[in-house]
Design a protein around this ligand. Sequence first.
Ligand code: HSE
Length: 308
Amino acid sequence: MNEIKLFCPATIANVSCGFDVLGLCLESVGDEMTITKTAEKGIRITEIIGAELPLETEKNVAGVAALSLIEALQPDCGFEISITKKIKAGSGIGSSAASAAGAVFGINQLLGNPLTNTELVYYAMQGEKLASGSAHADNVAPALLGGFTLVRSYDPLDVIAIKAPNELYATVIHPQIELKTKDARSVLRENISLKKATIQCGNIAGLISGLYTNDYDLIGRSLHDELVEPVRSILIPKFAELKAAAKEAGALGGGISGSGPSVFALSKGRENAEATAKAMKAVLEPIGVPFEVHVSGINAEGMKILHV
Ligand code: HSE
């Protein structure tokens, strides 16, 4: 196998209650990436279509993730990477993660899968570190493993894959304002109260339990964030109204997607997710902020091989 073409999925990190530890993988939104083996060693980013991003390997998230992987595996060849970006940078649905995860997944495939997808998470995180200053795994893990993922621990890294209930759908609205993950992280408080920590623990455990038992109401009740949403939501136009409109339209609940500015909601069934999209659109339309809306099932597989 000398060349591979991939669908690199978008992801929703945090999923309200799980800052830096929970994420889910989307089915219908993602980039495309082609990786080709070369005789010349090293990593070259040959083209990026659809976004203004650096081609220099050391300045590109896919490039940095790929370099960290080849440093570990020391293959006897190099790789060229071509990326077609469809996930907008800075949207809050894992644009940098899709590139970082795609690069390490594709190279691993071309080398005959010496590592598991779970083992690849660490290398993809190095791309996230370049993009945001922090090597979080809550976007790259679901992009690589599909479904929901839980980062039980960062040190040592311990990532758990969790299957999503079949009828769970996500609605994401992306108000097109600029909000960099680095900036959205810099507003967060370092310390939290025991009371807030207790509430957050209850909701994380509730969400995980709801996912395992297909209890949609419990999933909805658990989509609550005591720690991050109160601080970040002020950066997002009409956040409270978007969340309220989603619930009123039949969504189970929702919150900020990753570090924002996208807002997500989870629903039982596509019909509810479409109604939620309509209700969220109606909130943003009158204020004149351009936006994009996605309705997607949960992607159980993660990365998809389009052809080899
Ligand atoms: N957990 C991260 C954050 C996700 O909220 O900053 C953003 O990529």
